[in-house]
Design a protein around this ligand. Structure first.
Ligand code: ZN
Length: 133
């Protein structure tokens, strides 16, 4: 299990990209994730910063911005076997937000774990897929 990226909620993806470029990080990948109603940009060379801008008021990131404002949103770890990692979480008596893997950004399979079980930190588990563009 290794750190893959830190998710950061932003109000403007363009401004966020410019800001992180000014810190010296290059844009690695950008994409609209329709299922989560967000536009994302991965900055750097890994571990990445994933900027998230909501595309609708119903997006979970939109609710986060309303409550807490822009800032750190989640931490993502790459795991070799996402199904096994989710099974471990459930065996530990902790119900994850996603009971099964689902498609995430960049062609990866992802699942989120509940912050209530992890000291207030929203954790994303991610199984990297080789055919990423
Ligand atoms: Zn993420």
């Amino acid at each position: 299990m290794k750190l893959h990226h830190v998710g950061v909620a932003v109000r403007s993806l363009e401004e966020g990209i410019r800001h992180y470029e000014s810190l010296g990080l290059r844009l690695a990948h950008r994409e609209d994730v329709l299922s989560q109603q967000v536009k994302v940009a991965f900055m750097g060379e890994g571990p990445y910063v994933e900027l998230l801008e909501p595309t609708s008021a119903g997006s979970p990131v939109s609710k986060f911005l309303d409550k807490k404002g822009p800032g750190q949103h989640h931490v993502a770890y790459a795991v070799p076997d996402l199904a096994a990692a989710l099974a471990r979480e459930m065996q530990a008596g902790r119900a994850p937000i996603d009971a099964a893997a689902r498609p995430g950004a960049w062609g990866h399979e992802v699942a989120f774990l509940h912050p209530r079980h992890h000291g207030g930190v929203l954790i994303e588990l991610l199984e990297e897929r080789p055919a990423r563009v």
